[in-house]
Ligand binder design. Sequence first.
Ligand SMILES: NC(=O)c1ccc[n+]([C@@H]2O[C@H](COP(=O)([O-])OP(=O)(O)OC[C@H]3O[C@@H](n4cnc5c(N)ncnc54)[C@H](O)[C@@H]3O)[C@@H](O)[C@H]2O)c1
Length: 422
Amino acid sequence: MKCESNPTEVRDPIIAVVGLGYVGAPLALALAGHFEVIGFDRDSKRIQELQSGFDTHTQEHFTPPNSLHYSNAREDLKKASVFIIAVPTPILSDKTPDLTHLQQASQIVGSVLKKDDLIVYESTTYPFCTRHYCAKILQKTSKLVLDRDFFVGYSPERINPGDTRHTLRTITKLIAASTPHALQRIQAVYGRVVDSLHIAPSIEIAEMAKLIENAQRDLNIAFVNEVAMMCDKLGLSASEVLEAARSKWNFLPFSPGLVGGHCISVDPYYLSYILEMCAYKPKVLSMGRLVNEQMPAFLARKIHTLTLDSKLAAHKSRVLLLGLSFKENCRDMRNSKTPILRKKLKKRGFRVKVYDPLIDGREAERMFGFKPLKSLEGKKFDIIVLLNAHKEFLSLNLREYANPTHIIFDIKNALPYATHRL
Ligand SMILES: NC(=O)c1ccc[n+]([C@@H]2O[C@H](COP(=O)([O-])OP(=O)(O)OC[C@H]3O[C@@H](n4cnc5c(N)ncnc54)[C@H](O)[C@@H]3O)[C@@H](O)[C@H]2O)c1
């Protein structure tokens, strides 16, 4: 059911947002325009930076309003009657859901829960996780009973970091709850900060909807990535083929590229996990993941072939990979596939450097074990590979950093002067 936001709450609740990352921090700030908000994170460094009015994720300065109290003290949560949980939901090395953060956040909230409290999960997760996993922890920790003493809801976050057009306010917010009254309360909260709400008939529908939204994107990209691989085998230009196909009104304009990040490259595994619990192995979903995971190896082979064709010696060639965040115009490096491509190229004998002006170099070193370049000043390369179409890269003349015999391989089809594309 689609509805315009329509606040119905009579008395405003105090809201706690638990987990102040990419999702929680902007949500807490938006809610604080209308409610008293406790922004809770277990990371004291994160609390300090937000208190000082700076968000490293967006690199933006802001003035925290008086209605927003940042804290990492569990005691402070006792004042809240609505809890919104936005903690990470990554995967383990065997690609199964890592629910540690959800478990810990639910335990923390459960330990302060009172009668009539409402807990809304925003973290992406698989169907039945909110009701059967998270709510059970809340019950066990609080000794209260779901739908008698406390209520749960689910409202997946749909923000897209780096996208200034689709914002918290303008993206339709999907909401669902364990009881009709809880739903009204959720509507009254989100209705103040978003323009439009969509009510899902159940929490599980909303959980599943979030997963298939991202799975669909993963599959669409997997298809064009395979188009790139097939065109390569056929000696055709994938960019030209895709441009020709896009001239048809209903051809979906997806572009090939590395698929990293904490959503698209992770959520399909959450879906596979719950289906495998039901003795069903998703086929299309798994093939999409497989193709996208093969992209770094495909690109490494392709770069090697281009080098041989251009009479450059792999072991002497200096390669510059442009882009370490998982996508364009964003600083988030989680599950970036650039380090995998770097490793594969190094194995082939290339001397590889990575540059990304958006990321935090020290954080990159901690995450991946190598130092990205701090600047391109005075550097020259034989092969320059554009992996992310950051605005900053598009405004450079990359030829200034290339040796006379060079390759500029543009994966994103964004540089008019590129020597090679997919
Ligand atoms: N980032 C996005 O663009 C995006 C978009 C849609 C959905 N999501 C989903 O939203 C959820 C949150 O993602 P994110 O990107 O904001 O994560 P994040 O890693 O940026 O932030 C999570 C924050 O939660 C804190 N945290 C972890 N465990 C905690 C606990 N037990 N108690 C209190 N704080 C805790 C961390 O310290 C961190 O600051 C995930 O499920 C993600 O898949 C994210």
